[in-house]
Each structure stands twice: as structure tokens, then as C-alpha cells.
Design a protein around this ligand. Structure first.
Ligand SMILES: [Zn+2]
Length: 79
């Protein structure tokens, strides 16, 4: 398989943290993806996409154990 963005063949399976927006919060989900080592593009297989959808559904049902790992900050417009 080649990267569709940069045509590189340097694709490698990696564990990354996918960011899911949930209301005002960001939820980090560890997933395995195929990542391009040259441009950073990530490729998700159908199993991973399903996992992400399931986690979104469980977040809505408040049926998922999560821990707080930090804050999300925003730069004020006056800056
Ligand atoms: Zn690439």
C-alpha cells in the first residue's frame, strides 16, 4: 500500500491517540492506525472506525469510564 497523499511506501502500524470532540470536551482514544512516516497521514481500517463510533455512542450514554488528563484552553480573541 502507498500513501495517497505523498505516494510514500513508508507506512507503519502505530498506536496513536485519536481526538474525539464531545460537547466542550476532547476525549483521547488509543487506536492502532497505519501512519505515513513521511507526511503523517493516518489510515483507519473499518474495525478502528467502528471502535471510534462505539466510543462516541457510549460517551452519549455515559457508559464509558474516562479519566481527566488535562485541560483544553483557548486563546482569547483580544490576543
Ligand atoms: Zn504520506
Amino acid at each position: 500500500m502507498k500513501c495517497v497523499i505523498c505516494n510514500s511506501e513508508n507506512l507503519q502500524k502505530r498506536e496513536v491517540e485519536e481526538k474525539i470532540k464531545f460537547g466542550k470536551d476532547i476525549v483521547l482514544v488509543p487506536v492502532n492506525v497505519l501512519a505515513c512516516l513521511d507526511c503523517g497521514e493516518r489510515y483507519y481500517d473499518s474495525k478502528t472506525l467502528r471502535k471510534i463510533e462505539q466510543i462516541k455512542a457510549r460517551l452519549k450514554q455515559q457508559n464509558l469510564e474516562v479519566e481527566e488528563v488535562g485541560r483544553v484552553l483557548r486563546v482569547l480573541a483580544k490576543n
